[in-house]
Design a protein around this ligand. Structure first.
Ligand code: UDP
Length: 415
């Protein structure tokens, strides 16, 4: 399958100038010029849903606007194939999964079939995540440059699964991980490139106050009272119950509301249960609002984040934590756990407050509610931190440098 790239190109590269400055865009253009005539072929497993598709949807059209011939294809696979790859995904995160030799065979079979059916066109073939990793077998025939982009934290994987995948990884010219502590020892070049958000997407762009007010009305939220918000899938690892406990401690001394908003996921059988438990825990308190948000509600999430006085992310474990990126970009004071990629974003007492417990979260929220000027200062710093480090334009620059570096035989290239 091939994505029609141009229908998504609403965001023009020039529109980013007011946000990141002209020199950033000129730099991107200069780098892109070095790739003229090269085709970059992205391959992953889906056009919709999940962070990888989200990023490619914005990234590929912008590369095209910069004059880089970037394309995007997906592999095809049966339901059984994707249930195997979901197990591989969980096992890479360190979860115990039973993966049989039939599962591994199916994985290889589907990759082989895709090798036969896919039209490979890239001077650089950019493979995303484990599902299509075994396409690397085609490199022998094509030559070309091959990159594997891993979005998963593989620092503590199930050994057998990692060994299986590693045999493919070492055939690539380079591997990309989101953070140094997510990576593995490998005999090929490794690049550390963190994720990003698009400041012009519906999730993140500025919103007129009428839209924010209409979302507040829809959910019966009181504009005149401080709102503490956590946006997350209903998942134990996001600790919604801990957020409620912290809120109840705060509420004893400060009049405020809590919003816990998120969706349940069809591929996560636990989420319904967590949602029910959270509703139950909140049922005795009219100041707690548990909102079930349908998928594809980007503008609504944006409005809820913008309406918040403080944004909390009290996760027990976290990947990069894009909700934190989104909150900081909106200039919000953030209280978040020091897990996963959060400390890269929340520099304690400079771009937000880190917490390590329910009590710590409650203390931090109270501190911010009673000191709005400090809260505002943190929020402003947070926004600048995201502008400098975690916007799509920085991500584009890292990718362009990565592509260019493949044509140089040096280990002295740092991104
Ligand atoms: N999100 C959403 N709807 C929801 C819950 C979350 O659109 O009901 C978005 C959220 O805004 C963020 C992403 O999903 O962009 C979650 O990414 P994050 O890295 O925070 O956590 P993950 O869900 O990947 O563990």
């Amino acid at each position: 399958m091939e994505k029609e790239i141009f229908y998504h190109s609403r965001a023009k590269i020039q529109n980013y100038i007011p946000i990141v400055g002209r020199s950033t865009i000129e730099e991107l253009m200069a780098l892109a010029g070095r790739l003229s005539g090269k085709v970059i072929q992205n391959i992953n497993s889906t056009f919709t849903g999940g962070g990888v598709a989200e990023i490619l949807t914005r990234m590929v059209p912008l590369l095209n606007q910069l004059g880089v011939d970037a394309r995007w294809k997906t592999i095809k696979g049966s339901e059984e194939f994707f249930s195997v790859t979901k197990k591989l995904h969980n096992a890479l995160h360190g979860r115990k999964e039973h993966i049989s030799s039939e599962d591994f065979s199916l994985f290889l079979e589907v990759n082989k079939k895709n090798i036969e059916e896919l039209k490979f066109q890239g001077d650089i073939v950019f493979i995303h995540d484990p599902q299509p990793i075994a396409l690397i077998a085609k490199k022998k025939e094509l030559g070309e440059k091959w990159i594997w982009r891993c979005h998963i934290d593989v620092s503590n994987p199930d050994k057998a699964v990692w060994e299986f995948l590693r045999d493919f990884v070492i055939g690539y010219d380079a591997a990309v991980f989101s953070a140094p502590n997510y990576a593995q020892e490998l005999p090929i070049r490794q690049f550390m490139i963190s994720p990003s958000i698009d400041p012009l997407s519906d999730k993140n762009r500025e919103l007129p106050s009428e839209i924010i007010d209409s979302v507040l009305n829809k959910y019966n939220l009181d504009k005149s009272k401080p709102i503490i918000t956590q946006i997350s899938r209903f998942d134990y690892l996001k600790d919604p119950v801990g957020v409620i406990q912290a809120f109840k401690m705060v509420r004893k001394s400060i009049d405020c509301q809590l919003v816990l908003a998120g969706g349940t996921a069809t591929d996560d059988p636990e989420s319904e249960k967590v949602f029910e438990e959270v509703k139950e825990r909140a049922s005795d308190n009219p100041d707690i609002h548990i909102l079930l948000i349908p998928p594809e509600s980007d503008m609504e999430i944006n409005a809820l984040q913008r309406a918040a006085t403080i944004i909390v992310q009290k996760s027990i474990k976290e990947g990069f934590g894009l909700t934190v990126t989104e909150a900081l970009w909106k200039g919000k004071p953030v209280v978040a756990s020091a897990v996963g990629g959060i400390p890269l974003q929340v520099k304690n007492r400079f771009t937000g407050l880190l917490c390590h417990s329910v009590e710590g979260a409650a203390y931090a929220v109270k501190r911010l509610l009673s000191n709005p000027e400090y809260a505002r200062w943190l929020g402003n710093n947070g926004r600048e931190h995201i502008r400098q480090n975690f916007l799509l334009t920085r991500h584009l620059k890292d990718y362009l440098l990565l592509f260019i570096s493949l044509y140089y035989n040096t280990d002295e290239i740092y991104l």
